[in-house]
Design a protein around this ligand. Structure first.
Ligand SMILES: Cc1cc2nc3c(=O)[nH]c(=O)nc-3n(C[C@H](O)[C@H](O)[C@H](O)COP(=O)(O)O)c2cc1C
Length: 181
């Protein structure tokens, strides 16, 4: 299948996850990985994997724009969704994002029914933030008992690769059964 992995990323953490997911999907499919904002058309793609980080419990604006623009095209293709955020650094937090936050955000697009939804732990990268964001994130991190400076990476690459392989398998199945995932 020709698969688009499109992502929205503020400071690069989700972009790196999207690239690894693209590599794994590439074992079974023809994959292109692009920022969502650069996607002009879904023509030529038979499936779409969408990735975003979370800010203030919402996905990045590029995702809303992408879903609104391509909602009808997406309704005809298998879609998978992943998010990268601090809450998902714990199993319980990840469940909350997958079970509550993402369904709430997806509710505005009822025609899009993802074949897979997952949340992965994210990154704190204080050196990349401007002073205002750094202050906000320091406070948020301190409240959670997390480090308040430097680079902290909660991404679990094994889990990410395993999910990508599962999605790749589902898409291969959809291909052989004529489109239904
Ligand atoms: C301004 C800001 C707000 C954030 N808000 C949330 C949040 O509401 N929930 C959460 O779980 N993570 C939150 N995070 C953590 C990010 O989702 C995490 O750092 C992620 O790895 C960022 O990925 P990116 O570099 O692709 O944007 C926030 C990060 C920033 C910088």
């Amino acid at each position: 299948m020709r698969v688009l992995v499109g992502y929205a990323s503020g400071f690069g953490a989700t972009a790196e996850v999207a690239k690894v997911i693209g590599q794994v999907l590439g074992e079974k499919h023809a994959v292109a990985v692009h920022p969502l904002g650069e996607v002009r058309s879904l023509e030529g793609y038979e499936a779409v994997v969408i990735g975003t980080s979370l800010r203030a419990n919402r996905w990045l604006g590029g995702v809303s724009r992408f879903l609104s623009r391509f909602r009808h095209d997406l309704a005809k293709r298998p879609v998978a969704l992943f998010c990268v955020c601090l809450t998902a650094r714990t199993v319980e937090g990840g469940r909350r994002i997958v079970g509550e936050s993402l369904p709430r955000l997806l509710a505005r697009y009822p025609e899009i029914k993802p074949i897979a939804v997952e949340a992965f732990g994210g990154v704190l990268h204080f050196d990349k933030y401007n002073p205002l964001v750094r202050a906000v994130m320091r406070r948020a991190a301190a409240e959670e008992g997390l480090p308040t400076s430097g680079f902290v990476d909660y991404r679990d690459w094994e889990t990410i690769r395993r999910w990508a392989a599962e999605v790749g398998g589902k898409l291969a199945q959809a291909e052989t059964s004529g489109g239904e995932a």
